[in-house]
Write a protein that binds this ligand. Structure first.
Ligand code: ATP
Ligand code: RIB
Length: 311
């Protein structure tokens, strides 16, 4: 499989993680595990996933001029992610406060954006060489939406080969002009229903109805991740297909959506059809729920050679 170039325009965080017996109720104090400090941020996680599969990845974002920022850069260097366009801002490095419940593996996350809020359209324009030369451009919603819009507009510049993939997470408001700039929108089931303004999704059939509603807003193709049920895709013709996940015992689902998104970008930029890309992304994301952490749980190419082979 060819080794693609990918630009991720998005967030970079340090994750401060505690395991707790259960998700705390409002007002409740629980005793958790020792604190684990790891690297995260939806943008950074997706960048690392694509790099582990063998892509050349440009991370476009902002960190603080602090010790977390220095640690983040060292981690990107170890992971082989290009940080030419991940400069320093006059704000602290983004931090996510994460609790993972021992009973269900579910999590709650509070993100303090810090330097991620300094990713402006100007920051994105400064990275035009990387964005316009990439096979895929990937954005989420942990940086200002004006920057995301600018990234997709640039990816659509004349002559640019980029597939644009929009992971609308977390589900905050975004300008509707973003949607017609997307080749693929990739929400989870909660985000999909919220963006479409529809009731929560309980079944594959309901996911297909929500997906078609999103497609009618101008997106070419829709992929909705469905947790343990895998993913649903709606192709350009409007046909829906369900790609199931292997049943597994999940220990920590933090970053599963990012493992999926980074893998999808990798396979689409490598030229695979959408359904093959989604099938492989489901398998890789499912592996990530078997280990704790966000990017710490993502597999490396040598561990999943069968999913990287052509055919
Ligand atoms: P998160 O916010 O936890 O990172 P998400 O809500 O963005 O995840 P999900 O739809 O929960 O995304 O999961 C993404 C993918 O991860 C799924 O399509 C599936 O491949 C895999 N996955 C997640 N949870 C499970 C599970 N319990 N068992 C098997 N696979 C899972
Ligand atoms: O998707 C998981 C990520 O969300 C975490 O790594 C955390 O940093 C938050 O951005």
């Amino acid at each position: 499989m060819k080794s693609p170039t990918i630009a991720v325009v998005g967030s970079i965080n340090v994750d401060l993680v505690a395991r707790v017996p259960r998700i705390p109720a409002p007002g409740e104090t629980l005793l958790g595990s020792d604190l684990v400090t790891t690297f995260g941020g939806k943008g950074a996680n997706q960048a690392v996933m694509a790099a582990r599969l063998g892509a050349h990845v440009h991370m476009v974002g902002r960190i603080g001029a602090d010790s977390f920022g220095a640690d983040v850069l060292a981690n990107f260097a170890r992971e082989g992610v290009d940080t030419t366009y991940a400069g320093k801002a006059d704000r602290p490095t983004g931090v996510a406060l994460i609790s993972v419940a021992e009973d269900t593996g579910q999590n709650t996350i509070v993100v303090t954006p810090g330097a991620n809020a300094a990713v402006t359209p100007e920051v994105v324009r400064a990275a035009h060489a990387a964005i316009e030369a990439s096979g895929a451009v990937m954005c989420q919603l942990e940086i200002p939406t004006a920057a995301t819009l600018e990234a997709f507009r640039m990816a659509r510049a004349k002559g640019s080969p980029a597939v644009t993939i929009f992971n609308p997470a977390p589900a905050v408001a975004f300008p509707p002009e973003l949607l017609p700039l997307c080749d693929v929108i990739l929400p989870n089931e909660h985000e999909a229903a919220q963006i479409a303004g529809m009731p929560p999704i309980h079944s594959i059939e309901e996911a297909a109805v929500v997906g078609k509603t999103l497609q009618a807003r101008g997106v070419k193709q829709v992929v909705i991740t469905l947790g343990s049920r895998g993913a649903l895709l709606i192709d350009e013709s409007g046909a829906a297909s369900h790609l199931p996940a292997e049943p597994v015992e999940a220990v920590d689902t933090v970053g599963a959506g990012d493992a999926f998104a980074g893998s999808l970008a990798f396979f689409m930029a490598a030229g695979l059809p959408l359904s093959d890309s989604v099938r492989r992304a489901v398998a890789i994301a499912t592996l990530s729920v078997l280990k704790p952490g966000a990017m710490a749980s993502f597999p490396f190419a040598h561990e999943i050679q069968h999913l990287l082979a052509n055919g």
